[in-house]
Write a protein that binds this ligand. Sequence first.
Ligand SMILES: [Zn+2]
Length: 462
Amino acid sequence: MEPGLTVSAVRSRRVLCSDGVRPALILIKDGKIQSILPDPDSALKGPAEVLDVGDKLVMPGIVDCHVHVNEPGRTSWEGYWTATRAAAAGGVTTIVDMPLNSIPPTTTVGNFREKIQSATGQCFVDTAFWGGVIPGNQLELRPMIQAGVAGFKCFMIHSGVDEFPHVSDSDLHSAMQQLQGTGSVLLFHAEKEIGEIPGEEETTDLRSYSTFLKSRPDLMELEAIRIITQLCMQYQVRCHIVHLSSAQPLEIIRAARQAGAPLTVETTHHYLSLSAERVPTGATLFKCCPPIRSMANQEQLWAALRAGDVDMVVSDHSPCTPDLKRLDVGDFTQAWGGISSLQLGLPLFWTSAANKGFTLPDVVRLLCKNPAQLCCLDNQKGSLLPGHDADLVIWDPDKEFEVKEANIHHKNTLTPYLGMTLKGEVYATVVRGRLVYKEGSFSPRPLGQHLLVCPGRSHASL
Ligand SMILES: [Zn+2]
C-alpha cells in the first residue's frame, strides 16, 4: 500500500488496546476508528484497503505538544513542510506549534490568522497552535481562545527572541484574570532571574559546558515554579510547566497538586536522554534552556515520571540554522539554545524507558493521552477508541537503528543524537485514516489539518 492512500482497516498481531497488546483488526471509516475487532482475520464487507502489518505494534499516534515550527519569519530554521514530514516519519500524528520564534509571534488574533495562513497546504500531520502572553496583550487572549488556540505560553525570563518579551508578575495577574473561567491553559517557561549567581564570576571557559550549566542553576526553576504554584492556586486557572529540567521543584509541585492546584508538568526527551557529565567541550548542539543537568538529577526525573508527578514527555523541538549554533567557536554563551528531536521522540523515549521498566501503555499515557488532554484534544486524539481519529503509529519496539543524517527530515539536520543507536523503529504513520508515511516515503500531498481547539470540549482533566 502506497503512502497517500485511504486505509479502511489495519490488521496486526500486536495492537495496543486498553486491556493490553493483542491481535486485532481496526476498522476505519471517514477518518475515524469505527471499531476494533478482536479477530484480526474478521471478514470485511465490500472492497477494503487493508494495511496488514504482521507483528508490528499499532498504537495511537504521538501527540507532541511542544514544537517550534518558526514559520513565518524564521522559516530557514524550520517550516511546516519539513517539521510535519519529520513528525510523520517519527510516528507523531499531531503537533502543537509554539507561539514564538515565528515572526510575527502568535500574540494577537491577527497574528494567529497569519500563522494559520502560512501553515495552510503544508502540513503532513495535524497541527494545533499555542498563543502567547506578552506584556500588554491581555485583551487579545479571550478573542484568541474564540479563534481556536489550544492555550497560551509565557516566559518569566528573556525568551531568546526580542519580539516575544517576558512577562512581569503584574502581567501575569492580568492574564490570569482574563483566563479565569475560560477552561484554557497557561504554559510557563519556568526560569526566573535570581540576581547574583554563586560562583559564576570564577568561570571563564566559555567552551566548557559546566560554565553554561552554572549560569542557569536549579534555583532559577525553583523560584519561577514557586510563583506559578501560587498563581495557580489563587486563580484556579489551569497552569502547565513546560520542559521541567530540574528535579528540585518537584516537591513544591507535588504539594501544590495535592492542595488542588490545576497544575500539569512536562519534561523533554533531552532531559531524560542526555546528561551534563557527557556533554563534550564546545558541543553547543547540547545547549538548551533550562539546561541539561546531571545524571543524578535525570534519575529523579525518571522517578517523577514513574510516580505520576510529571505528566508527559515532549520534544521541545527548537532548531536553528547551523551558523547560530556557533560550532566554529563552541562558545555556549553565544550559541542559540534549542535541540532538534521532533522525529526521534518515540525511539529516544523508548530506548531509555524500556530499560527502566516502563511499559508500552506508559508510552501511550506519557506521549499520546496526557498531551492530548492538555490541549483539550482528547476527545479525538491520543487514544485507540471507536469515534476517535484514526491516528496510528505502526512501529517495531525491538528494532534498533542508528540515527543518520540522511534519514533526518528536519529542515536543519543538526542534532546531538546523530550516530546514536536507538530502539524502536517507525514503520508507518496513519493520520485520520490516510497513510502519510511508510518506510521512508511520504504521501504525495500534505494531508494534515489545522486543529482549532474549543477548551470546553475536553473529556477529562489531568
Ligand atoms: Zn520550547
